[in-house]
Design a protein around this ligand. Structure first.
Ligand code: ZN
Length: 153
């Protein structure tokens, strides 16, 4: 359903032009409350420290439920807080045998990514208008698969 805007040039030439404005929707997000389970879910049970094989190639290690622990990146003893930005899922081996209440730098461990506050989509959306550009793949995709009904002239 593409709306065409017709422009008249020199009295006889009529050129179809693509839509100037679309209405788009972005899902509203909200922050998730801090909990141990939310950390494990954010990190998908992967130990957040790189593991190395016998050839010194790094790999991700997925913890079994009994192996996973909540690790404070900056240890509580050094003022580290119970927060999403300071807590990660860590396997028992990295946390208890290697890190032992030290910072990753002190223990020679490397985080696979910076811890962040996870968000979830609310069932609500933010409505916005934007100019349609046919040259942009993202706009074409959006128009074809997401925007089915609403168009603005
Ligand atoms: Zn580990």
């Amino acid at each position: 359903m593409k709306l065409l805007v017709l422009l008249v040039f020199q009295e006889y030439l009529i050129v179809p032009v693509t839509v100037l404005k679309f209405v788009g929707y972005h899902p509203k997000t909200e922050e998730i409350n801090f909990s141990k389970e939310a950390i494990f879910e954010r990190d998908n049970n992967y130990c957040q420290y790189w593991h190395y094989d016998e050839y010194n190639h790094k790999f991700l290690y997925k913890c079994t439920p009994s192996e996973r622990t909540l690790d404070h990146v900056l240890p509580k003893s050094q003022g580290g807080k119970n927060s999403f930005k300071n807590c990660v899922c860590s396997c028992r081996h990295c946390n208890i045998n290697i890190k032992k209440g030290r910072t990753p730098e002190e223990a020679g461990l490397k985080l696979i990514r910076k811890p962040f506050v996870p968000k979830r989509n609310k069932k609500d959306y933010v409505r916005h208008k934007f100019a349609y550009n046919e040259n942009k793949l993202s706009h074409r995709f959006y128009a074809k698969h997401i925007l089915k009904a609403e168009k603005v002239s």
